[in-house]
Design a protein around this ligand. Structure first.
Ligand code: COA
Length: 146
């Protein structure tokens, strides 16, 4: 059984571990801690048997929500868990008057792009050389909720 809930203090360390595995530009423990305290950001954490398996971060400013991060532990991928988090993201956004969601994703990240497409996110533009380490274009995707 899994549950999804908002982030608590005890989740910061496991999230920072997943960051280090999932991203080439991982957020530090302190960055995650600051994010937890940001009034613009909401962290949704997926736990199985009390262990943090994945999370996402939503930043809401003026009715627009930006999906800043979504990641699962490698051993938990391919089992539909990212979709469980995305379902909660959409529900949370609708309940909090978010009118549109957007995100940037690495051009080469086909798994994530497929995930977002399956929620009807549309690819609207490219940000040239947006990412470092390695340098890569970002694809910008939007989903209208209203
Ligand atoms: C992207 C990521 C979150 C997907 O998590 P996941 O739990 O494996 O995803 P799910 O099992 O819920 O699959 C959801 C959808 O993602 C896409 N997807 C997942 N794995 C895929 C793969 N190996 N190949 C192609 N598409 C894939 C599919 O559209 C899939 O839907 P489907 O099973 O109906 O075809 C996960 O791979 C991850 O943590 N990656 C590292 C971090 C990252 O790149 N985050 C995104 C940028 S912030």
């Amino acid at each position: 059984m899994f549950i999804i809930r908002e982030m608590m203090e005890e989740d910061i360390l496991p999230i920072s571990e997943i960051e280090g595995i999932a991203f080439s530009d991982p957020w530090s423990y302190d960055t995650i801690k600051d994010g937890k305290n940001s009034r613009f950001d909401t962290w949704l954490v997926l736990l199985q048997d009390d262990m943090v398996m994945g999370y996402l971060v939503l930043r809401v400013i003026a009715f627009e929500g930006e999906l800043l991060r979504i990641a699962l532990r490698p051993e938990c991928r391919g089992r539909g868990l990212a979709k469980k988090l995305m379902d909660q993201l959409v529900e949370y956004s609708k309940n909090n008057s978010v009118e549109s969601l957007f995100l940037e994703v690495r051009n080469s990240n086909e798994k994530a792009r497929n995930l977002y497409r399956s929620y009807d996110f549309k690819e609207t533009s490219i940000r040239k050389n947006y990412y470092r380490n390695p340098q890569e274009d970002a694809v910008v995707m939007w989903l209208r909720l209203t």
